[in-house]
Design a protein around this ligand. Structure first.
Ligand code: COA
Ligand code: AMP
Length: 654
């Protein structure tokens, strides 16, 4: 690694000599064939990192540390606040589990390049299944447990997995979430079996059972949740197999040699339409970027403990519950529970004390939830949190009020950092491992080495410091960031690289200040962020459109004190429809819950006679949002009928 120690030097070097910078960083990884070249720019604007390197990420996360004498160190500490169960896996034990799970995949015909969908709650099998895929070069696609059948179906259809790995279910406060009926329903949607599927949205292209990519569903039977593989076997023309039974017959599998550029996983994220985008992650670039970030951003090293209180279904979980800590030889903590209510607002502090957590990574929403429950932080005083050296937050804007509250309460720094599913790791952060920089509340600090952050107007012209505009990243993106989208380079180029040629469009708006600090203010598209979860308003609209009484819908994100934003639906009814208002609202809320999932936390419905539109028929979402948030607004010159805004104000009691 470079001997320079200041952020400015590191950043400059990453800009002036990216090849040298990242080849040095590649030394953090054990390669089967070390890369001689850093970047393949032959197909610009598409780039590939470490084109001639080969490696195995699972071997880097496990075998390597066992070989280095860390076999007895805890690799994974699992703590379920939902069941009270706890279990630790040493590196040697986790390796054994992953080798066998890879055997299960193999004995079910999964080969390099095949996709495997993983729909699991926050239990160790999720980590094990991901690493097992990585071991044999299968491409995993983890689907968050809070998504319902339609979201699952859309992702399964796009990724075309051979296998689905699931569990009898998840546990939410006061509620058991049975996964098997959801998986069955999703598969039934794809094959158009409406007797099981109910509604099939237009996001799904119905195929015959023979054309279904899925050959088997592997089920982990969880004691706490009813349902097993045997009861479902044969449904939707698929084999439903019991994981324990499969494991009892599995042979351990050695890691295979993969190209750095081979895909490691696909992770779907919400775009502006109802169809999510499949972000592709490669093996080599990702491993290097994460290993570099563990040292230089998080300051977490072999033997340290990192707890990321997210979910493996999100990018944060992929990068910093599973891959990052294990690539660094650290201990990672897997927590099944909430920041509050499981059992109280002291949950985080209990975990810090119990696992001697050095770095905790969470979302601002979780901090706001704790603040609401325990404003005087009485619980904190009851635990020894002296091991904690930093609290990292991401997923949504860290408002200054929340920042100050938690910063004053904790004895250690609170670090905001900004990133996206697409980048896989932070674009802007306080690089604590290189040099802690002064904090400016409201800013996730400075661009991370490798990222050239710019602010441009709608025409791509650079904007002066202090003025808000579109945040863009000059190409090439550093290692770890998406090389493409599943479904093709063209889709990737059209979605991200066309609006501002030579740049990746982040979809975020913000500004840089005179010191080069980044400020991220919000999205420029119809993506909303509910409790750090990214949702597409288009997807919610599609769900609402399926109600027989609904003529037109618009969903916008409005301000929410706890969750940052929440989705609010505005509907007009078909001419002559008579339906009780409460019944309509209940049905619409249920529709979103059943199609998109409970995680949308959709509750607000307003019925209008007409939606505010321009003369060309475009819904005036920004104006609607301003009215809903009680902000001043200008009546757009292109409005079709200004009285519709008055009616909207009245409906919202403004
Ligand atoms: N499986 C099934 N359902 C799920 C789920 C999962 N994995 N995760 C959430 N849900 C459900 C919840 O049960 C809830 O359902 P309900 O309407 O029946 O109560 C709904 O989705 C909304 O859940 P959630 O977003 O957790 O909101 P909440 O009001 O229950 O809790 C917080 C509020 C702030 C405690 C919670 O949002 C939280 O922990 N946020 C932090 C999020 C985070 O870490 N994000 C990181 C992304 S980087
Ligand atoms: P996701 O892809 O789900 O991780 O969501 C990424 C989006 O969340 C970004 O494009 C931002 O809009 C928002 N986001 C994430 N982290 C931050 C942050 N630290 N500050 C402001 N916005 C953030």
């Amino acid at each position: 690694m470079s001997t320079t120690t200041s952020y400015a030097d590191e950043y400059r070097r990453s800009m002036e000599d990216p090849g040298g910078f990242w080849l040095d960083a590649a030394g953090l990884i054990d390669w089967m064939r070390p890369p001689a070249r850093a970047l393949d720019s032959g197909s610009a604007p598409l780039y590939r990192w470490f084109p001639d390197g080969t490696l195995n990420v699972s071997a880097n996360a496990l075998d390597r540390w066992v070989a280095a004498g860390r076999g007895d160190q805890v690799a994974l500490a699992y703590d379920s606040a939902m069941t009270g169960s706890k279990r630790t896996f040493t590196y040697a034990e986790l390796l054994h589990e992953v080798e066998l799970f890879a055997g299960v995949l193999r004995q079910n015909g999964v080969e390099r390049g095949d996709r495997v969908a993983i729909y699991l709650p926050m239990t160790p099998e999720a980590v094990i299944a991901m690493l097992a895929c990585a071991r044999i070069g299968a491409v995993h696609s983890v689907i968050f447990g809070g998504f319902a059948a339609n979201e699952l179906a859309v992702r399964i259809q796009d990724a075309a997995p051979k296998l689905i790995v699931t569990s009898s279910g998840g546990l939410e406060p006061g509620r058991v979430v049975e996964y098997l009926p959801i998986v069955e329903k999703a598969l039934a949607m794809i094959v158009g079996d409406r007797s099981v599927a109910g509604t099939v949205t237009s996001s799904i292209t119905v195929v015959s059972e023979d054309e279904l990519s899925v050959e088997a569903v592997i089920v982990r039977n969880r004691e706490a949740v009813p349902g097993d593989a045997a009861a479902f076997d044969g449904r939707v023309g698929v084999r439903w197999l019991d994981l324990e039974d499969q494991l009892s017959r599995a042979e351990p599998v050695a890691p295979v040699e993969l190209a750095a550029t081979d895909p490691l996983y696909i992770l779907y994220t919400s775009g502006t339409t109802g169809t999510p985008k499949g972000v592709v992650r490669d093996n080599g670039g990702y491993a290097v970027a994460l290993a570099w970030s563990m040292r230089n951003i998080y300051d977490v090293h072999a033997g340290d403990v990192m707890w990321t209180a997210s979910d493996v279904g999100w990018v944060v979980g992929h990068s910093y519950i599973v891959y990052g800590p294990l690539l660094a030889g650290a201990t990672t903590v897997l927590y099944e529970g909430k920041p509050i209510g499981t059992p109280d607002a002291g949950a985080f502090w209990r975990m810090v004390e119990e696992y001697r957590v050095k770095v905790l990574f969470s979302a601002p929403t979780a901090v706001r939830a704790i603040r609401r429950e325990d404003p005087a932080l009485e619980h904190l005083a009851g635990y020894d949190t002296s091991s904690l050296e930093a609290l990292f937050l991401a997923g949504e804007r860290l408002d200054t009020e929340t920042y100050h509250w938690i910063d004053e309460a904790l004895h250690c720094p609170v670090v905001d950092h900004w990133w996206q599913t697409e980048t896989g790791w932070a674009i802007a952060a306080n690089p604590r491992g290189i040099e802690p920089l002064p904090v400016k509340p409201g800013s996730p600090t400075v661009p991370v080495p490798g990222y050239r952050v710019g602010i441009v107007d709608g025409k791509g012209r650079p904007i002066s410091p202090g003025v808000e505009g579109n945040i863009v990243l000059e190409l090439p993106l550093p290692p770890g960031s998406l090389p493409t989208l599943w479904g093709g380079d063209e889709k990737y180029v059209a979605s991200y690289l066309t609006a501002f040629p030579g740049h990746y469009a982040t979809g975020d708006s913000g500004y840089l200040d005179d010191d080069g600090y980044v400020y991220v203010m919000g999205r420029t598209d119809d993506v909303i962020n509910v409790a750090g979860h990214r949702l597409s308003t288009g997807g919610l609209e599609e769900a609402l459109n399926h109600h027989p009484a609904v003529a037109e819908v618009a969903v916008i994100g409005i301000r929410d004190e706890l969750k940052g934003q929440r989705a609010a639906g505005f509907v007009t009814l078909k001419h002559g429809t008579v339906i009780d208002h409460d019944v309509l609202v209940t049905e619409l809320v249920a529709l979103v819950r059943e199609t998109v999932g409970p995680v949308a936390a959709f509750r607000d419905v307003t019925v209008l006679d007409r939606l505010p539109k321009t003369r060309s028929g475009k819904i005036l979402r920004k104006t609607m949002r301003q009215i809903a948030d009680g902000e001043p607004y200008k009546v757009p010159a292109t409005i079709e009928d200004p009285t519709v805004l008055t009616a909207l104000e009245a409906a919202l009691g403004r």
